[in-house]
Every structure is written in structure tokens, then in C-alpha cells.
Design a protein around this ligand. Structure first.
Ligand SMILES: *Cc1c(COP(=O)(O)O)cnc(C)c1O
Length: 216
């Protein structure tokens, strides 16, 4: 694995409007430094404690994204520094984010995770509850919802993945009419990001294609 070359090649291949989140979960500080040296500044983690540890050890101009499921009692640990939280899927979670953002005197950027996959296991908000959550978010002074995030079903069926991405993009476009602050659509991973970009994504979350397979 040449992490630096992988990072450079991927960055070069992307349209300007697509932001790359390098998903560094389970990877070491040195592996992250290799991607950082190649110009990458946004890194995504799915465990809060792991992200805190890496934040302490790595350069402070890194933008840290929380891409995993967020437990409410752990929001406080990342509240001082996390740049974007992708996995908001309830009002209760948003209220805790507001509370911790207030304590840290920060405006917390967030995405709402929408359930698009057919699998039972995937987290996310049912699409028909989005408006209610956005209305609640409007009342929270230190929370700024900037877009939507989704994960397609884990399958080889490209037609199904495409259909799910298109569904999320349609929701994104229609929601923007009432909520012009929604500008980010986070969808696409190593196996499906070109398709996601075709379907309207402007933020992709790529791990194994940069850092190699993960050994859990
Ligand atoms: C792990 C993960 C990714 C990246 O997966 P790869 O297939 O390694 O690119 C993207 N998004 C989320 C939410 C993840 O948990």
C-alpha cells in the first residue's frame, strides 16, 4: 500500500466540487500522516474515543469528521473539535449536540443521516421524518445542519445501490427548496463512490481505497 500515492491519485481524479473524507478508522497515526503529507486534510472516524486520541496526536489543521453512529453520552468528548458530524438521526441527539456546542462556544456543523438501505441494521432517519428534524434544528442556536448523509445497502447489485443513491439525491434536492442551508450530500465509499458522484454526491467517504483493507 502506498498511502501517499493513493491519496494523490484519488484527489486528482475527483471533480473540484467533491470533497474527500479519508476514512482512517482502525488505521495508525503514521498511516494518517502519510495521507496528510500527500495533501489530505479531512479525516473520518467512526469511534469517538479513537478520534479523540488521534486528534491529540496529529496536526491541528486536520478537519475531523465523525461518520459513525453517535452515542449521546459521548458527544461531549468530541464537542471541542469535531468539524462535521455525519450521523445525526434523532432530535434527542441533536439536543445533546446543541448542549455540548454551547459549552464549547462553537457552532456545530452536522449532517442528517437518512435511512436509504433496505437492510434492517443500518442507522438513519426515515426520509418522511426529515422535515420535523430540520424544524427542530432551526430552534437550536449552536447547531448548523448543512446536508444529508446516507449509506447504500451492502450488496453487489449496482442497480439497487444506484436506486438508493438516486432516492437520497432526490430528497436532498427537494429539501433544499425549503432549507437552502443544505449544501452537502455525503454518499459513496471505496466500492461505490464513482456511482455516488454520478448520482449527485459532493462528499465521499473513502477508506480502504486509500489505506488498504482494515484488520479489525
Ligand atoms: C468505514 C466507512 C466508510 C469507508 O468504507 P470503505 O469501504 O473502506 O471506503 C465510509 N462510510 C462509513 C460510514 C464508514 O463506516
Amino acid at each position: 500500500m502506498n498511502i501517499g500515492a493513493n491519496t494523490r491519485n484519488l484527489l486528482k481524479s475527483l471533480p473540484d466540487y467533491v470533497q474527500l473524507v479519508a476514512v482512517s478508522k482502525t488505521k495508525s497515526v503514521d498511516e494518517i500522516k502519510a495521507s496528510y503529507a500527500a495533501g489530505q486534510r479531512i479525516f473520518g472516524e467512526n469511534k469517538i474515543q479513537e478520534m479523540v486520541t488521534k486528534w491529540e496526536l496529529l496536526p491541528k489543521d486536520i478537519s475531523w469528521h465523525m461518520i459513525g453512529h453517535v452515542q449521546r453520552n459521548k458527544v461531549k468528548y468530541m464537542a471541542p473539535f469535531v468539524d462535521l458530524i455525519h450521523g445525526i438521526d434523532s432530535i434527542k441527539l441533536l439536543q445533546e449536540v446543541q448542549k455540548q456546542a454551547l459549552k464549547n462556544n462553537r457552532i456545530q456543523r452536522c449532517l442528517i443521516q437518512i435511512r436509504i438501505a433496505k437492510e434492517e441494521t443500518k442507522f438513519g432517519l426515515p426520509p418522511d421524518q426529515l422535515n420535523e428534524l430540520l424544524e427542530a434544528a432551526e430552534t437550536l442556536s449552536h447547531v448548523q445542519v448543512e446536508g444529508l448523509m446516507g449509506m447504500a445497502t451492502f450488496t453487489d447489485d449496482r442497480a439497487q445501490i444506484k436506486q438508493e443513491f438516486e432516492q437520497l439525491n432526490a430528497l436532498f434536492i427537494s429539501s433544499k427548496k425549503n432549507w437552502p442551508k443544505l449544501t452537502i450530500l455525503s454518499m459513496g465509499m471505496s466500492g461505490d463512490y464513482p456511482l455516488a458522484i454520478e448520482c449527485g454526491s459532493n462528499m465521499i467517504r473513502v477508506g480502504s481505497k486509500i489505506f488498504g483493507e482494515r484488520n479489525y
